[in-house]
Design a protein around this ligand. Structure first.
Ligand SMILES: C[S@@+](CC[C@H](N)C(=O)[O-])C[C@H]1O[C@@H](n2cnc3c(N)ncnc32)[C@H](O)[C@@H]1O
Length: 219
């Protein structure tokens, strides 16, 4: 049993679970998604990957074919239930419930850490410390890959609010009903390089019209 905060983000992703993957059906994003899948698969090849906030396992499946192993974690039972149904090869690929802010219960060490569309939900003021805590799950020389959205007018949900610390929020409606206000930061390359910090080695940033990806080696 994990002890989770009573959090709007968790409630939102629980309610969104059955409709989550429609985000990957958007026609204007297909070319970028193909490129991104190749990028992720190339990065994961032969590695022992810890995946944070794996959701329904879309990127887990991309890595499953090439990685040595993947332990994919998420805090929300309803998204993990969908991920489990993918039938990915066990025990090489495993899903486990875990809070990204409390990974101490994840015992093994890994040589790679992946998080897709996760850090946009983390408050800017917490981001450097959060990235350091993720890095601590890795052996020295381990690699990290993060990817997330760029803001594209007409495709992205409009920003509804901005706080003094620069965090932005969106109001999101679900097909099943209900509206949620969710933190969603659109980080620039310069901001990402700052959050990753001077300790990182071999920092590489890539972008496509709808997405960015940043990778580095733990210093
Ligand atoms: C935008 S989704 C990304 C899902 C998946 N990585 C993908 O790219 O398709 C964000 C995920 O963060 C998960 N999440 C929210 N709070 C979390 C927490 N504290 N710890 C771990 N996962 C969390 C949600 O359940 C959701 O699956």
């Amino acid at each position: 049993m994990i002890d989770l905060p009573d959090d709007d983000l968790l409630r939102y992703y629980g309610a969104r679970a059955p409709e989550y993957e429609s985000i990957y059906d958007r026609s204007e994003r297909q070319a970028d998604l193909s490129a991104l899948r190749r990028h992720v698969a190339g990065w994961a090849e032969g590695r022992r990957v810890l995946e944070i906030a794996c959701g329904t396992g879309y990127w887990t499946e991309v890595m499953a074919g090439v990685a040595r192993s993947v332990l994919a974690t998420d805090a929300v039972e309803d998204v993990l239930a969908i991920a489990w149904r993918r039938g990915l090869p066990s025990p090489r690929v495993e899903f486990r419930r875990a809070d990204a802010f409390a990974l101490e219960g994840v015992p093994r060490r890994f040589d790679a850490l992946f998080a897709g569309f996760w850090i946009s939900h983390v408050a800017r003021e917490d981001l450097s410390a959060h990235l350091q805590s993720l890095e601590s799950r890795l052996e020295s020389g381990g690699r990290l890959l993060l990817l997330d959205n760029r803001y594209v007018p007409g495709s992205s949900t409009p920003v509804s609010r901005r706080t003094g610390s620069g965090d932005t929020f969106q109001r999101r409606r679900l097909a099943a009903g209900g509206e949620y206000e969710i933190r969603k930061n659109f980080l620039t390359e310069g901001e990402l390089r700052q959050f990753v910090g001077p300790r990182a080695r071999r920092v590489e940033y890539r972008e496509w019209p709808h997405y960015w990806a940043i990778s580095w080696v733990r210093g």
